[in-house]
Design a protein around this ligand. Sequence first.
Ligand code: ADP
Ligand code: MG
Length: 249
Amino acid sequence: MEKELLRIEHLKKGYGTNDVINDLSLTVRKGEVIVVIGPSGCGKSTLLRCVNALEDIQGGQILLDGEPVRKNAPNISRMREKIGMVFQSYDLFPHRTILDNITLAPMKVQKRKKAEVEQEALELLDRVGLKDRKDDYPRQLSGGQKQRVAIVRALCMHPEILLLDEITAALDPEMVREVLDVVLSLAKAGSTMMIVTHEMAFAKAIADRVIFLENGQIVEESSDPKAFFERPETERARQFLHTFDYESD
Ligand code: ADP
Ligand code: MG
């Protein structure tokens, strides 16, 4: 079994009197794909934002490779380089080309050489079928293409773990597949990921482990995604999954 990469211990996070994450613990091994599902407002985005140290936390700790990940800690920029994040909105720089969008952070933050970074960016763009769009600007690309660029941008930083927060939620249906296929290929290649998604068929196909979250707590956790989606053990997970079913009669 692969070594433990991420450890979340007794995490507590709230906004004012609103407790969002309540004593949540979770470990992720290298190469594992964790899919986090749950109703709107249950804390999925907050959880990912805590892992990326975008939020102050009120209790517990998050360790990556045994080192604390904490907002404003002295080691945080080094730690953040190990964590890639892709959101629903791709947040590409509109006045930069696709290639520049990808190479900017590796050059500025990681001080890597332009030639080396560009070569890697082109290889990654090729993998997602967008090499010939390198000189385009984001507005010239479809939503699905922009989201593939956002994934490449994250990968070019060589993160140890990739956090994906509903990355297909804003896409037209015909573009969802092309983005999810990229994520599936990353999983096959051994990337460690925590994925928040409402695409249940995708979740079932990609997850090594499914976490069902409600009110900031893990209500059900399964290392057998097929069984989880077909026969969840808790009533809450059953109800939640039922909202995705349609019956024809
Ligand atoms: P999910 O991603 O599962 O839909 P979120 O993590 O976005 O849920 O939100 C969980 C809860 O935290 C919600 O009640 C939401 O209103 C609250 N929340 C999220 N972000 C903030 C914020 N910046 N300030 C105050 N409350 C927030
Ligand atoms: Mg969310």
